[in-house]
Design a protein around this ligand. Structure first.
Ligand SMILES: Cc1cc2nc3c(=O)[nH]c(=O)nc-3n(C[C@H](O)[C@H](O)[C@H](O)COP(=O)(O)OP(=O)(O)OC[C@H]3O[C@@H](n4cnc5c(N)ncnc54)[C@H](O)[C@@H]3O)c2cc1C
Length: 416
């Protein structure tokens, strides 16, 4: 079997590594002519770290990211709503990593080059169309006229997926929920544990930050942050692009008084190296991902709001589950059906939960009931209500600690 993978992002590269580990031959076709480590920080949840660890990448991840130790929700005054341990400290068998997205992509790309050989990674190939014949041969056609033939085609080509647009020509652009995100990294002194992820505010104005490097000799570490503001839904929306520069003057005033005794938000914003602006967009869950021997994966299949830190993690889960099914099922069509039967409803549930603010709903609850802050949190919301919201999301996203620790591996059995 030879698989054609479209897209050399986190989803496509993990698919290549997972297929290779399962003994399945594949080639990755990436539109960009060269790999540029784009983006800012991203969180890899323990369910995704498990999959990458089982692909033999645990040590590389540990060297490239920060093992997140704590997660905190606070209101806009910096009053703590919820604090919990994360990763190994929360009892998972695998860490959670806060990591630079571009560094993660380079790590996966390099691992794929080492294991599959450079010839199996084909930059400068933008998918333009495809065909499949009755004999089961799938042909990918690229801009510029090149073609490639294989047995199965996996489109991991992101939120603007060419293949998704061919399947669903009337779908139109991604959907914007009115929120704009400004994302950057700043070098700053460690806060809290030095490996804490913090979310403060509420649905309409939020600040998120977490370190993505250990402190250097100057005592400073690289801190990834996201400032978010919601605008009226009829505001004309700017097309999402991870590299569009944003201007600090646009949003710094919104956070000018967010100075907590444990975190100085305006100072962190003011220390930004470069700011990127991004509208919060997703797409509706699809009624189907697969036609014949062609299927969708990652953001191409289920782009979701970056709430609950699950976009890349869910792409990694897709990749591993698809490789397992291709290795174990009696035929390619049966494997794609089994892949989609599990992963499509699972990811649709996360897309829908994120539209309702996912686990961040706990900040909205506190803001609705105590917009000016609180003396005793228990008077505003019982701890059990917060816990039910947060744990409910973990179960839905596949990151309930006990269930994840207990479930069987998705590595196919090794051939005898
Ligand atoms: C630059 C960037 C930064 C991001 N930062 C964050 C973040 O901080 N937090 C977060 O939760 N999520 C972030 N995301 C989204 C997150 O990375 C995705 O949810 C996750 O990576 C899904 O990966 P993917 O491989 O499905 O899609 P993508 O990461 O979008 O990768 C798709 C790949 O396909 C390639 N491609 C596109 N069209 C074609 C074509 N026609 N032919 C061939 N190749 C094609 C693209 O060049 C790209 O390399 C970011 C995405 C990008 C692109």
């Amino acid at each position: 079997m030879h698989a054609l993978i479209i897209g050399g992002g986190i989803g496509g590269l993990t698919t290549a590594l997972a297929l290779h580990a399962a003994g399945i031959d594949c080639t990755v076709f990436e539109a960009s002519a060269e790999l540029r480590p784009l983006g800012v920080g991203i969180n890899l949840q323990p369910h995704a770290v498990r999959e990458l660890t089982e692909l033999g990448l645990g040590e590389r991840l540990a060297a490239a990211g920060v093992a997140t130790r704590e997660f905190v929700y606070a209101n806009r005054l910096g009053q703590e709503i919820w604090a919990e341990p994360r990763g190994l400290e929360a009892g998972y068998r695998w860490p959670q990593y806060s990591i630079h997205r571009g560094r993660l992509q380079v790590l996966l790309w390099n691992a794929a080059v080492e294991r599959l050989g450079a010839a199996r990674l084909r930059p400068g190939h933008r998918l333009a169309g495809f065909g499949q014949d009755a004999a089961g041969v799938v042909t990918a056609r690229f801009a510029g006229g090149a073609t490639a033939r294989g047995d199965v085609l996996i489109a991991a080509d992101g939120i603007h997926s060419t293949l998704r647009a061919i399947f669903h020509p009337d779908e139109g652009p991604p959907k914007w929920n009115g929120a704009l995100l400004w994302r950057a990294t700043s070098r700053a002194r460690p806060f809290r544990t030095g490996a804490s992820m913090v979310q403060a505010g509420h649905r309409d104005r939020k600040f998120v930050c977490y370190p993505i490097s250990v402190p250097g000799p100057d005592g400073l570490q690289e801190i990834n942050w996201i400032a978010e503001q919601r605008y009226p839904a009829d505001t004309p929306w700017p097309r999402e692009d991870w590299n569009r520069p944003g201007r600090i003057e646009t949003f710094l005033p919104l956070f000018a008084d967010w100075r907590f005794d444990w975190l100085d938000v305006p100072a962190l914003i003011g220390a930004a190296e470069a700011v990127y602006e991004f509208p919060m967009v997703d797409r509706d869950p699809l009624p189907g991902w697969t036609r014949g021997r062609v299927t969708l994966l990652g953001d191409a299949a289920h782009p979701m709001y970056p709430i609950g830190s699950n976009g890349a993690s869910q792409a990694i889960l897709d990749a591993r589950w698809l490789a397992l099914k291709l290795a174990m099922e009696p035929g390619i069509e049966a494997a794609l059906a089994a892949y989609e039967a599990t992963r499509r409803p699972a990811t649709a549930a996360v897309v829908e939960a994120n539209r309702g603010d996912g686990p961040d709903r706990v900040m909205d609850i506190v803001h609705e009931r105590a917009p000016s802050g609180f003396a005793h949190l228990e008077d505003v919301v019982p701890r059990a209500e917060l816990e039910a919201t947060i744990m409910g999301y973990k179960r839905l996203a596949g990151m309930d600690p006990a269930a994840l620790n207990a479930r069987a591996s998705w590595s196919p059995p090794r051939p005898a």
